[in-house]
Write a protein that binds this ligand. Structure first.
Ligand SMILES: [Zn+2]
Length: 135
């Protein structure tokens, strides 16, 4: 492993190519460019040589928001339960209304058929050539 002091510590920018890790000796959080992975650097604070991790497990941990607490989980589960019961309720409404809609469609169909019968009958009564009602 090559030892170098050429790589400068940096302040985190967009985080895209930064490696976040902690000094092996004093534990201070350090940031280096991703190109420094695997190198041994002198700590900014304590001056001891510390190894930059190759893969960056510390990087993910540093960028992740605060760990999910049991309280948060309980809260989320409560929200989920609420959401679930509201979905059930609304699905019930939709089902009811679908049934009602279907009934009305059948009723309208019956009425349409009755309408044809009646107009046909009137056309038959009023006689030759005139199959349509005026207006
Ligand atoms: Zn240190």
């Amino acid at each position: 492993m090559m030892q170098t002091a050429a790589v400068a510590f940096k302040t985190p920018t967009n985080g895209q190519n930064d490696l976040f890790f902690k000094c092996e000796h004093c534990g201070i959080p350090l940031v280096v460019p991703a190109t420094a992975a695997g190198m041994t650097l002198k700590c900014q604070r304590c001056g001891q040589p510390t190894t930059v991790p190759r893969s960056a497990p510390a990087s993910d941990a540093a960028r992740r928001p605060a760990p999910v607490t049991a309280e948060r989980v309980a809260e989320l589960q409560r929200h989920l339960k609420e959401n679930e019961s509201q979905r059930t309720e609304i699905n019930g409404y939709i089902n009811q209304l679908s049934i009602q809609l279907h009934r009305w469609q059948l009723r309208l169909q019956t009425l349409n058929e009755r309408n044809k019968e009646l107009t046909g009958e009137i056309g038959g009564v009023s006689g030759a050539g005139n199959s349509q009602l005026p207006g």
